[in-house]
Design a protein around this ligand. Sequence first.
Ligand SMILES: CC(C)(COP(=O)(O)OP(=O)(O)OC[C@H]1O[C@@H](n2cnc3c(N)ncnc32)[C@H](O)[C@@H]1OP(=O)(O)O)[C@@H](O)C(=O)NCCC(=O)NCCS
Length: 138
Amino acid sequence: MADATLHKNLGGWMKHVGTIRIVVAKDFHRMGMGSILANELFLHALKSGLEKVVAEVMDAQPGAKRVFEKLGFKLEATFRGHVRDQIGVRHDLLILTKDLEEFWRTSRPTNTSPTRPAKWRADPGTENPGRHPEPGRS
Ligand SMILES: CC(C)(COP(=O)(O)OP(=O)(O)OC[C@H]1O[C@@H](n2cnc3c(N)ncnc32)[C@H](O)[C@@H]1OP(=O)(O)O)[C@@H](O)C(=O)NCCC(=O)NCCS
């Protein structure tokens, strides 16, 4: 019916980057399943301390773009004629990304939230904020 994955690199220069992939079977399109799965994986990416998340979307799939735009992903790059659809026609591949470091930096302070990874928590009880100061703290 549907398959959704968050790919993480165990090491190397993209260890901080995750990639979300989602496929919903045609009979179940436009019932909200893609959005639910994307939300779940995005939350998982946030909790796991990733710093950036990527989604690769074919330009002929407006639903796919919409799913990620609703989560605040932005178009970062376009690879021209990079992918083929099921009947062999070439399409652009859109690289949508969301910077989670930026997300935490600009989100409201929630130091007690278990969702916020420790590296982005302000150090409670001291004047020293965490690696990324909360808005309003210097
Ligand atoms: C992308 C995909 C996962 C979306 O799944 P879905 O269950 O149909 O998505 P949803 O029902 O949650 O719809 C998400 C949004 O996209 C919109 N949408 C979905 N299909 C659309 C279409 N063909 N045209 C325009 N908008 C569309 C919906 O209206 C909804 O927007 P809204 O919340 O503002 O109303 C599904 O189309 C799919 O499997 N595509 C092939 C694989 C793919 O491209 N994956 C994404 C790359 S990782």
